[in-house]
Ligand binder design. Structure first.
Ligand SMILES: *Cc1c(COP(=O)(O)O)cnc(C)c1O
Length: 371
């Protein structure tokens, strides 16, 4: 089946490579490429393969996401951004993953897994488990509290099979115009760093800080969203290219008569005889239902308003009677068509959410096509 005749997403891997290269040129340091949540909906495996020669490390949220990359042949270091439960220790060692650690229970369990494997086999690798300590400097969602971090590192150093390769923190408000709390967090992190001089890799900057807070770069940055060509805030110091276009096809065209309703609940009534098109995309594909009666799509290079409620699998848009539109024509939900563009910022704003949620909601049944 030709995947492009149904709703699909086109991912421009060259754009992602170019964005990663511009970010590296902007910071002049190492890049931890965040490919969690299936690379923000772009596909973790193809994105990681495309970034292999540019990224110094990959980062994901879960052990399962990291194993998926390892099984696809990605050999580069993989950081797990959130300290996993101790039950994941065997997998972390077996797949040579680099977990964030924010508690001694996980650290001890990792140490014990290596210890046990050594006592079972003489040939067992002598490699230590590399970990990055997650320091909570104020986001208060995970991490070891900054006031306790130096003592925690000392304790970790008593474990012979563990190597504290990195230490990091995460900003709560780097995407806001007011950077004062980001600087409070950064200063807390600096105060920890002065007490732990031997840790090789230090990092703090998400996309917002990578773009707008140079003091946070620390030789290594950890962006996600910006790799995919999307700005987290208004600051745009470097050019980025959006990598994703979401397309569908016109599936049905008809006229509804004056006064007739459209879609579930018949919430839209045609004020006069109206030409409409059915597009086979809905909230089951991750298209946001709040765009019912609010959003627009592009057909023939023109904006067409979505009318009535968006269904799970289909939605209806309004055409002009004079539009030269036929079943099978291309529809753009996010991206460019002719001289028009619907940006992800527009879609997210109208759905009262953020680009991150739009991207990570695009369903598995929407094929990804790569170029
Ligand atoms: C998701 C995440 C990032 C990347 O954030 P962006 O805003 O997408 O750049 C970096 N660090 C941590 C800990 C994260 O959870």
């Amino acid at each position: 089946m030709d995947a492009s005749i149904q709703a699909h997403v086109e991912v421009d891997l060259n754009a992602i490579q170019a964005n990663a290269a511009s970010i590296k040129a902007h910071t002049g340091g190492q890049l931890v490429a965040v490919v969690k949540a299936d690379a923000y909906g772009h596909g973790a495996i193809p994105v990681a393969e495309a970034l292999r020669t540019i990224a110094d490390m990959f980062a994901v949220a879960t052990v399962a996401e990291a194993i998926e990359l390892r099984e696809a042949g990605i050999q580069e270091p993989i950081l797990i951004l959130f300290s996993p439960l101790p039950g994941f220790a065997e997998d972390i060692v077996a797949y040579r993953l680099t977990p964030a650690v924010d508690n001694f229970t996980l650290a001890q369990k990792l140490n014990k897994v290596v210890e046990d494997s050594k006592s079972r086999s003489q040939q067992a690798s002598t490699e230590k488990v590399k970990v990055h300590v997650d320091v909570n400097t104020g986001i208060n969602r995970c991490g070891i509290r900054y006031t306790e971090a130096a003592a925690f590192l000392k304790k970790l150093n008593t474990l012979p099979h563990l190597e504290v390769e990195g230490i990091f923190t995460h900003f709560a408000t780097a995407d806001e115009a007011d950077k004062s709390f980001a600087h409070v967090q950064l200063n807390r992190f600096f105060s920890v760093l002065t007490n732990v001089p031997n840790v090789r890799i230090k990092h703090a900057a998400n996309s917002a800080a990578t773009l707008a807070i140079p003091e946070s770069h620390l030789g290594t940055v950890r962006p996600g969203l910006s790799l995919y060509g999307i700005y987290p805030a208004n600051e745009k110091p470097i050019p980025l290219q959006p990598a994703l276009t979401w397309k569908a096809r016109v599936g049905w065209i008809d006229f509804v008569q004056q006064g007739e309703g459209v879609s579930y609940g018949l919430t839209y009534h045609a004020p006069s005889r109206t030409r409409v098109a059915g597009i086979q995309v809905g909230f089951g594909d991750g298209y946001p239902r709040p765009l019912s009666g609010v959003g627009e799509v592009l057909i023939g290079g023109k904006r067409c308003p979505i009318i009535g409620l968006i269904c799970m699998d289909i939605m209806v848009v309004q055409l002009e009677s004079s539009d030269n539109v036929a079943v099978g024509d291309e529809v753009v939900l996010i991206g460019k068509q002719g001289s028009e563009e619907i940006t992800i910022y527009e879609v997210a704003n109208r759905a009262n959410t953020i680009p991150y949620e739009i991207l990570t909601s695009i369903a598995k049944r929407v094929n990804r096509i790569y170029s």
